[in-house]
Design a protein around this ligand. Structure first.
Ligand code: AVJ
Ligand code: FE
Length: 435
């Protein structure tokens, strides 16, 4: 199915694969070969692993599974299987070096463009709507975000640059929170062509009435919690969160440090004062949860977040994005690593939801209260290891995407997940309360 307002899916696949590779190239050409093979944090792979893993997944899904070709280098497959080796062990594997990894990814891509040109997009569910090509473009962009996290963890001189976001285009929202009425809405999707398995199928959910913040929690908001002794008052914290911050002496978001009475942060190699009016970034689920409790509020559930982002009361249906069905544009959301930071809270009035909630898409991933669970009728596709093996109480859901997420991998239905202790990711949050 082709939407009139967007190019056909074959052309879109070419454009998205090309855009992803340009970003991969920029992220990997920015550093020396030594930096590409180094491990900048035990939480992350060496950048050269991500690079060859991108090529290997593309070969596996498009050249082998779609086109039925034989493996190009079967001996390297186990090296790039994310389940075979934990990230911390990857630097000690006999990985392809930078030149070989670049060559491999380029060789795969050449054959993929050939295939995409010649293959009828029909028949199997992998081919219909160019799904497998869209999935692989999203996969590469997801690893580009992972590589950007590695860049943020890397010590040393800055190597990436981007203009700062423009100041908000107009006045801030008139109110701090809005009331979302009780009632059903459609969660998830059965029609978005490149939606991944965990976003499917569309189904009806009920929520009670709730209030939700019109903008994400800012650094200034968060500093009020810190100044009030938030990190030293156990009653704000989930027991495992309290254990975590005491064990690791955590008393501020990751990458923050204090000089005298001033809080500074390190951002892609630059040290700067913490900007009060920017959404807080690099907090764990536990920190978000504790802040919300201190504020007399709570995190929104995943269903509440999606209802705030997609339910249009006037049309009585769920839209693709808060602003409607049109694709993201620079005036609606801070996506795609156009900037190396979130935009100020209150930005993007053109991206607001019908109720006036802003910045649901882009800027910072937003922690929700919810565990990562399958929707009713979930079917693992095309492989169990994308989503299914992660379902359960260990992982919390994040929504909305960050400044580091490409539009192709961001929708009102898109679901991300991570462990509640993680804070190297581009994570922030907003709060809610019962009505
Ligand atoms: C959806 C971001 C949790 O990076 O672990 C990449 C995406 N899956 N390769 C991850 C993914 C396989 C995944 N997240
Ligand atoms: Fe992957």
């Amino acid at each position: 199915t082709v939407r009139a307002d967007r190019p056909p899916l074959r052309e879109r696949a070419v454009a998205e694969l090309t855009a992803a590779r340009a970003r991969t190239k920029a992220l990997t050409d920015a550093v020396t070969d030594e930096d590409l093979t180094a491990q900048h944090s035990p939480l992350m792979s060496p950048l050269v692993w991500d690079l060859a893993h991108i090529g290997n997944q593309e070969e596996l899904w498009l050249l082998r599974n779609v086109a039925g070709r034989a493996p190009m280098h079967p001996e390297i497959d186990p090296l790039y299987d994310a389940f075979a080796h934990p990230r911390a062990d990857r630097p000690r594997l006999p990985l392809l070096g930078p030149a070989a990894a670049r060559r491999y990814a380029a060789q795969v891509r050449g054959q993929v463009f050939d295939l995409l040109e010649r293959t009828p997009l029909e028949g199997t569910s992998l081919l219909a709507d160019a799904f497998a090509f869209g999935m692989i473009a999203q996969h590469e962009q997801q690893h580009d975000e992972t590589m950007l996290i590695t860049h943020q963890l890397r010590r040393g001189e800055p190597v990436l640059a981007a203009p700062d976001p423009a100041p908000p285009a107009g006045p801030p929202p008139a109110v701090r929170e809005v009331l979302v009425p009780a009632g059903p809405f459609t969660m998830g999707t059965s029609t978005e062509p490149w939606a991944l398995d965990n976003e499917r199928p569309a189904h009806v959910r009920e929520t009670s009435a709730f209030w939700i913040d019109t903008v994400p929690v800012t650094c200034a908001d968060y500093q009020a919690f810190m100044a009030d002794g938030g990190y030293h008052e156990p009653s704000w914290w989930a027991p495992e969160g309290w254990e975590q911050i005491r064990k690791h002496d955590i008393e501020a978001p990751l990458f923050w440090h204090r000089e005298g009475s001033v809080w500074l942060r390190r951002r892609f190699g630059v040290t700067e004062p913490v900007p009060g009016d920017e959404p807080v970034l690099h907090v764990s689920w536990y920190e978000a949860d504790a802040y919300a409790r201190w504020a007399g509020r709570r995190l929104p559930t995943e269903a509440e977040w999606e209802k705030a982002a997609r339910h249009d009361p006037a049309q009585g249906r769920s839209t693709r994005y808060p602003w409607g069905d049109a694709d993201p544009t620079p005036d609606r959301a801070n996506l795609g690593q156009r900037h190396l930071r979130p935009a100020r809270a209150g930005s993007y009035p053109a991206g607001a939801s019908p109720l006036g909630v802003r910045q649901l898409i882009g800027d910072v991933w937003e922690w929700t209260a919810s565990d990562f669970l399958p929707y009713p009728g979930f079917r693992a596709f095309p492989y169990r290891e994308y989503s299914e093996v992660f379902f359960g109480p260990a992982h919390k859901v994040l929504r909305g995407g960050s400044f580091a997420v490409a539009p192709v991998a961001c929708r009102g239905t898109f679901r991300n997940w991570d462990l509640p202790v993680r804070r190297q990711i581009f994570s922030g949050f907003r709060t809610a309360r019962d009505a």
